[in-house]
Design a protein around this ligand. Structure first.
Ligand SMILES: CC(C)(COP(=O)(O)OP(=O)(O)OC[C@H]1O[C@@H](n2cnc3c(N)ncnc32)[C@H](O)[C@@H]1OP(=O)(O)O)[C@@H](O)C(=O)NCCC(=O)NCCS
Length: 175
């Protein structure tokens, strides 16, 4: 039945911190080697901290916290953020789709929504970091037009896991 459900992406509402927390903790538990943060670190946050983080993100104008849904079920998330020092750059963080909902285009819709938001802000490029090597995530970003730039860096200080920075040039910026 879920197979025929529509995929939608929308901005989180400020009060939806429980859904945000559940998705983020699931992401860190299921994919511990692709995110800069860790499950143990995020589990230490109080409910108030989760609520505040999402509320700030929803209201800042510089953040785009997105939830992806299959029907009415929360299936994934992504967080866009304007660079603190260079407003022509938007960063993409926290991209994750629950395993049972992969392969349906949820991530593509999340990513394209962030890119459209970045374009609406007159940003020139979207940047992200992806774990080095062949992976669904790497294939996904390359298929969406992202290209590597810069040096690979450790996922976390002291980590043997490496991350490659990728960027996408927003077409309007070339005009
Ligand atoms: C990477 C991830 C977000 C993709 O989510 P998804 O919803 O399954 O991706 P989509 O269905 O939107 O796929 C979009 C494109 O990505 C590529 N892709 C995604 N999964 C793939 C896989 N398993 N094998 C090959 N290509 C894949 C394909 O090009 C696909 O397009 P196509 O279906 O038309 O061929 C998901 O696998 C995930 O959450 N992985 C763990 C967390 C992670 O790595 N996050 C990224 C952090 S930078």
């Amino acid at each position: 039945m879920l197979d025929s459900c529509a995929i939608t992406v929308r901005k989180f509402e400020g009060a939806e911190f429980s859904a945000y927390r559940a998705l983020r903790l699931s992401a860190l538990e299921e994919s511990p080697d692709v995110f800069g943060s860790t499950l143990s670190a995020e589990q230490l946050r109080t409910a108030e901290e989760w609520a505040s983080r999402l509320q700030v993100g929803c209201n800042s104008g510089l953040d785009q916290p997105l939830i992806g849904q299959v029907g009415t079920i929360a299936a994934g998330l992504a967080w866009g953020k304007v660079d603190r020092f260079d407003s022509t750059i938007v960063h993409l963080y926290q991209m994750w789709v629950a395993p049972e909902f992969r392969g349906r285009g949820v991530a593509r819709l999340l990513l394209r929504t962030i890119v459209a938001w970045a374009a609406s802000l007159q940003a020139r490029s979207v940047h992200l970091g992806v774990a080095c090597g062949e992976s669904p995530a790497m294939r996904f970003y390359v298929s969406e037009g992202f290209v590597p730039f810069g040096q690979v860096e450790p996922l976390r200080p002291g980590s043997a896991l490496l991350v490659q920075s990728m960027q996408f040039q927003i077409p309007h910026a070339a005009v």
